[in-house]
Design a protein around this ligand. Structure first.
Ligand code: ADP
Length: 373
């Protein structure tokens, strides 16, 4: 009898030790703030079965929002205990523990185990809450850093463009004067033509650099984005057939008007569409959509092309960033788009994955909302 009691005490101590180890492991996971969110969930999952009486027969599943992870071979079982994960005061998921096969003892989960799962769910919910807040903060900081970096590059680009513009204008002007002073049959006339040609090319690059550094809209007027897109596309549309591209349009008839420089917004559209065409060398579908959102008008340019990885997306708005061949891209198209959209107090979102196409979402304030000064 005495031995029996000792054995029971020993078994209880072993169980208690397992519980404490589990809680210690959860605390360790919480302390490692650098882990990506799915890794955190997987780590919580891994410490669950060993904390129960029959680890080899125990499965576990954790669900948060649309993320679900389960231990290998997890299957629904009548022997299940479940605790909700209360995050920000709302049930946003659950932790479940199951016995895969019926346990002979009949008493499937000990009261201590039920309590333990409650504690684990509470601790995990707290940890997830902190983790989500932390991730959001990091994302905001990274967006701010990105915006700040672009603004600094914008200032630098504007400075360089301005400094180059003056001497370039002189070179171009004098070359044009000189070419008039000499006979067109002279060899030097050919050289001067080349100088003029190179100057015009450089002037175009400088113009784009200036557009990147937040250009002021010159001719602001009330603009119907649907109409502007329809007109802009009528020039580009003939290119689609020869490139094997299907063109689809979905205009929101309730789109509010915007106050904008129509020429600049057309430039945004053209740059995005040209990129979409380049991204679909084997053909595909280009979709242009407009959507009314509260106090804003949205334009979406979507393609089914090669798409981009996260590292590329991070750099696309930098002037001179290009993944195209030297004669195909200057890396200024999206910098110009960024500059123009920023000058119109708008935002650009990019959704893309390698091989899955890309969508550029431009959102501009509706007429009457805050506009560029
Ligand atoms: P460029 O087109 O001259 O390279 P951009 O600034 O317009 O310059 O674009 C920068 C880069 O962004 C491109 O080289 C390409 O890698 C990427 N990119 C832009 N639009 C798309 C798109 N629709 N699909 C895939 N990649 C794109």
């Amino acid at each position: 009898m005495h031995d029996q009691e000792l054995l029971q005490e020993r078994a209880k101590l072993i169980e208690r030790n397992k519980e404490l180890t589990c809680l210690y492991e959860i605390a360790k996971i919480a302390a490692d703030t650098g882990k990506p969110f799915p890794e955190v969930l997987r780590a919580i999952l891994a410490v669950l079965p060993p904390a129960f009486q029959h680890p080899d027969k125990t499965g576990a599943r954790i669900t948060v929002g649309d993320l679900t992870f389960a231990t290998e071979g997890f299957a629904a079982s009548p022997h299940t205990i479940r605790e909700a994960l209360i995050i920000h005061g709302r049930s946003q998921g659950a932790i479940e523990v199951v016995y895969r096969r019926a346990i002979d003892t009949g008493d499937h989960f000990l009261p201590e185990e039920r309590e333990l799962l409650k504690t684990i769910a509470r601790q995990s919910a707290l940890m997830i809450e902190k983790k989500l807040a932390n991730d959001k903060q990091l994302e905001l900081e990274s967006q701010l850093r990105h915006a700040d970096r672009l603004a600094k590059i914008g200032q630098l680009t504007a400075g360089v463009a301005h400094e180059l513009n003056e001497p370039l204008a002189s070179i171009l002007g004098f070359a044009q004067l000189a070419v008039k002073k000499i006979d067109s049959s002279e060899v030097a006339a050919g050289y001067l033509d080349r100088i003029i040609h190179a100057c015009l090319h450089a002037r175009e690059t400088i113009r784009k650099m200036m557009l990147f550094s937040s250009p002021m809209p010159h001719h602001k007027a009330e603009v119907d984005l649907n109409q502007l897109i329809a007109e802009g596309m009528s020039f580009i549309e003939p290119r689609f057939a020869q490139s094997g591209i299907r063109f689809e349009c979905a205009f929101d008839p309730d789109l509010p008007t915007i106050i904008a420089d129509a020429a600049q917004i057309t430039q945004v559209l053209v740059n995005l569409v040209i990129n979409a065409i380049h991204a679909m060398p084997a053909g595909g579908t280009l979709t242009l959509k407009t959507v009314a959102v509260p106090d804003k008008a949205r334009m979406i340019v979507q393609d089914t092309g090669i798409g981009m990885d996260a590292q590329t997306i991070d750099q696309i708005f930098l002037p001179f960033f290009t993944t195209k061949d030297v004669d195909q891209g200057t890396g200024l198209g999206l910098s110009v788009v960024h500059g123009i959209v920023a000058a119109h107090c708008g935002t650009i979102d990019v959704q893309s994955q390698q091989g899955q196409g890309a969508a550029f979402i431009i959102t501009l304030p509706a007429y009457g909302e805050k506009q560029a000064q």
